[in-house]
Design a protein around this ligand. Structure first.
Ligand code: SF4
Ligand code: SF4
Ligand code: FES
Length: 227
């Protein structure tokens, strides 16, 4: 028989099967925690750090990624404390500087309250979220893609940069990549960097309705249950 545990997230009492990730539990209850690298059902790797939460246990608190954290009985989680919002905003700002022309990342950044970016733009075409690598390996058992190199030289590559025979041509690696979601009408261009006004207007509209979905399009590719 399936075992359940009870916890609170942002004050909401939640009861979910043992082994559930805190992030999935929150999303199932309509609590939107921004996230990028997480795909439900794939091994969590805690790469983007957007999903950080504050966990209170035995009188102490710590900040940790919620996609790699399993629910525990009596856990108290704050996903939107002042401390978390500030840290998450900074993470989103760094991500948007890394890949400013990703619609998904722009949406997430605006969602996290980023209004301008203080970091130099790097215009990367990959943010190393590992969604493609894990989907290829874990859903299709193909291992056609893998991480190569370390630090700033780290990239995702096909073996010898050629699509191998064992690639299933499923296109999951493309569908799940945050870089491939169609850019918004006002993507950033070098020398003309600004966050897209469309998301911002959606966000400002939502300020009067704190519980409403701002249609940040996370729901399309990122499993947000808020819709
Ligand atoms: S298309 Fe090929 S490389 Fe991409 S996820 Fe599918 S099997 Fe892997
Ligand atoms: S190619 Fe796309 S899905 Fe793969 S790691 Fe890079 S950003 Fe993530
Ligand atoms: S979604 Fe949790 S670290 Fe990326």
């Amino acid at each position: 028989m399936e075992q359940y545990v009870s916890l609170t997230i942002d004050g909401a009492k939640i009861r979910v099967p043992k082994g559930t990730a805190v992030l999935d539990a929150a999303l199932d209850y309509g609590i939107c925690i921004p996230h990028l690298c997480h795909v439900r059902g794939l091994t969590p790797i805690g790469a983007c750090r957007l999903c950080i939460v504050e966990v209170f246990k035995n009188g102490q608190s710590k900040v940790t990624a919620s996609c790699t954290l399993e629910v525990e009985e009596g856990m108290r989680i704050l996903a939107h404390s002042e401390k978390i919002l500030k840290a998450r905003k900074n993470i989103a700002e760094m991500l948007v500087a890394e890949a400013p022309n990703s619609r998904a990342i722009q949406d997430i950044a605006v969602r996290c309250g980023v209004k301008s970016v203080r970091y130099p733009f790097r215009h990367e075409n990959c943010v190393l979220c590992g969604r493609c690598v894990r989907a290829c390996d874990e859903i299709w058992q193909s291992k056609s893609l893998g991480f190569v190199g370390r630090g700033l030289a780290r990239t995702v590559r096909l073996p010898f940069d050629v699509r191998p025979d064992y690639c299933k041509k499923c296109n999951y690696c493309i569908d799940l990549c945050p870089m491939t979601i169609t850019p918004c009408p006002g993507p950033m261009k070098k020398g003309n960097e600004a966050l897209c006004g469309l998301c911002e207007s959606q966000l400002s509209m939502s300020e009067n309705f704190p519980d409403s979905c701002v249609d940040c399009r996370l729901g399309e590719g990122f499993g947000c249950a808020r819709k």
